[in-house]
Design a protein around this ligand. Structure first.
Ligand code: KG4
Ligand code: ZN
Length: 358
């Protein structure tokens, strides 16, 4: 089965052709980083306009690189949500028009589920039950995946996503956007024990994540020590590198510590770590070490498939198309589309107070 994937949920316009759900025939990504850089984050209005400019050439390029014609595909998979509404609508409208014009089946894909499928290209098949830790700029979720397509949220962030915390801390330190890769680079030259940040724990005892308190702790540290943000073109001081390393270390400890604890309880057979933050080398090393202790394989996407792309959307969509799922032309963007169940009682408990342990 040959599937065209289209992704436009945030600031990447992407199209890809995937064969059999696992073979990437082509993958084209047009990034808007340059557009949003000077604002220190994604500006939704600019993002949707740029998607409009890029969608046609990006899809064309995906077909050209694959050396296949539009009529040869068996279906189209498009990101339905979550994401920015103006951005999602560009990919969605284009995919619907194309499906209608070509008479091809269409399916909507949850962007978070897409991230999980980003590991299928370069790893052995996922064995179930699996654990999937999705860490990106917009999401931080740990899922139990008992079988393909079924998801239970075991832990999630109560406030900021992990990637968002990287971006905000980088902005605070004058480091530019996106913050993750810059912090990772500086952290390599810093001492992770320099600033003793602690892993936040929930007052209600649930295993959720929280990163906004950590962001406040960083800001307080900067204020109290009089640390100056790095000016453009200036070499970052050792104190900035130490702070970057200490921050990264506590984020990694929080993500991997919780995952390992829950894995010891649920005994998954594979651990998938995906999303933009999965680019992070310290996170990869820590997840690998946890996998070794748990005696389960850990699968990551290659770095170019960790951040937003359409190959992962095509891969997730292939499973749905193969199962006979079809979307109508009234398929709409869902900006807050969720993945997986959380039971009501747990959810109520989750809304309780967060206590930060010093
Ligand atoms: O998956 P993604 O491209 O977009 C969303 O769906 O959100 O993730 C982007 C996020 C950004 O917050 C970025 O700072 C973070 O991934 N990121 C990293 C690294 N590379 C990207 N975070 C930590 N370390 C990295 N090396
Ligand atoms: Zn993403």
């Amino acid at each position: 089965m040959l599937v065209l994937g289209i992704e436009s949920s945030c600031d990447e316009t992407a199209a890809a052709i995937v064969r059999g759900g696992r073979e990437m025939v082509s993958s084209v990504i047009s990034s808007q980083i340059e557009t949003h850089k000077r604002f220190g984050g994604v500006v939704p209005e600019l993002a949707s306009r740029e998607h409009l400019d890029k969608i046609v050439p990006v899809v064309k390029e995906a077909f050209a690189r694959a050396g296949v014609g539009a009529r040869e595909i068996d279906g189209i998979a498009v990101t339905q949500g979550p994401g920015l509404v103006g951005s999602l609508l560009v990919g969605l409208s284009y995919a619907k028009a194309m499906a209608f014009a070509l008479g091809k089946p269409l399916v909507g894909v949850n962007h978070i589920e897409g991230h999980i499928y980003s590991v299928v290209f370069e790893n052995p098949p996922i064995e179930y039950p699996a654990f999937a830790l999705v860490v990106s700029g917009g999401h931080t979720n740990l899922f139990l995946v008992p079988e393909p397509g079924k998801y239970k949220v075991l832990a999630r962030t109560r406030d900021d996503a992990a990637g968002e915390a990287f971006d905000k801390v980088a902005k605070m330190l004058g480091l530019g956007y996106p913050g993750g890769p810059i912090i990772e680079r500086l952290a390599r030259e810093g001492d992770a024990r320099a600033v003793p940040f602690s892993v936040p724990r929930m007052g209600d005892g649930l295993p959720d994540f929280s990163f906004s308190g950590l962001k406040t702790a960083v800001s307080k540290y900067v204020r109290e020590t009089g640390l100056q943000p790095v000016a453009e073109g200036e070499t970052p001081a050792q104190a900035v590198k130490d702070l970057a390393a200490s921050f990264q270390s506590v984020v990694v400890r929080s993500l991997v510590g919780t995952t390992e604890k829950l894995a010891a309880e649920h005994r998954p057979r594979t651990l998938v770590v995906a999303g933009g933050v999965a680019c992070n080398g310290a996170l990869r090393d820590a997840a690998d070490a946890a996998g070794a202790r748990l005696k389960i394989p850990v699968y990551f996407p290659s770095r170019h498939l960790s951040t937003d792309n359409a190959a992962m959307i095509a891969a997730a969509g292939t499973i749905k198309l193969q199962a006979g799922e079809r979307a109508d032309l009234d398929l709409n963007a869902d900006v807050s589309l969720r993945l997986g169940n959380i039971d009501a009682e747990e959810d109520a408990a989750r809304r309780g107070h967060i206590r930060y342990r010093k």
